[in-house]
Design a protein around this ligand. Structure first.
Ligand SMILES: CC(C)(COP(=O)(O)OP(=O)(O)OC[C@H]1O[C@@H](n2cnc3c(N)ncnc32)[C@H](O)[C@@H]1OP(=O)(O)O)[C@@H](O)C(=O)NCCC(=O)NCCS
Length: 143
């Protein structure tokens, strides 16, 4: 398994991910792939998309930049083999390399697998939202 960051050329991989994990058909992936805010990765196993994570870069009113992890998913038969952790780690490491101060997300209060993943990967429950998690990536961010 390896994790690949989607580029503007990755229409085919994104198309598989969107169909598999969102169950929708999208005519043109260019607006998403070419949006400067977009950050997205897929996990590939034997050339097939076993998981994905996507999110966006944001500027916080506090003066720093951050990334929101908007969605992460792993194909059901491939779960509990470390793919979710690999995707989240790739997303986080990329945010660190880009110099963002914070990574954050919302999940559902009753999504126990997701909450377990975020906690296993160092996420801290948000003080602002019941089902939010955040990662401080540098000391410049307001908590
Ligand atoms: C959440 C999800 C992405 C986890 O992906 P995954 O590939 O199964 O996770 P990993 O195998 O990398 O798990 C890493 C760690 O997270 C925790 N974890 C993950 N799934 C868990 C589960 N079902 N129960 C308990 N702990 C779990 C464990 O600590 C695990 O480490 P371990 O296997 O060594 O015990 C996957 O369950 C999924 O796609 N769910 C449906 C989509 C979804 O709800 N996404 C989140 C929306 S916000």
């Amino acid at each position: 398994m390896f994790v690949h960051r989607l580029t503007a050329a990755d229409h085919g991989l994104l198309d598989v991910a969107v169909r598999r994990f969102r169950g929708i058909v999208v005519e043109d992936h260019a607006p998403f792939l070419e949006d400067p805010a977009t950050v997205a990765f897929v996990a590939l196993e034997d050339g097939d998309v076993a998981g994905w994570v996507r999110g966006c870069r944001q500027r916080h009113v506090g003066g720093y930049s951050q990334v929101q992890l908007y969605e992460i998913g792993v194909a059901e038969p491939a779960r509990r083999h470390g793919i979710g952790r690999a995707l989240l780690t790739a997303f986080r490491d990329h945010a660190v390399r880009e110099g963002h101060s914070k990574m954050w997300l919302f999940t559902d209060e009753d999504n126990h697998p997701a909450k377990a993943l975020y906690e296993a990967c160092g996420g801290r429950p948000s003080p602002h939202a019941d089902a939010g998690y955040w990662w401080l990536l540098d000391s410049g961010a307001v908590r």
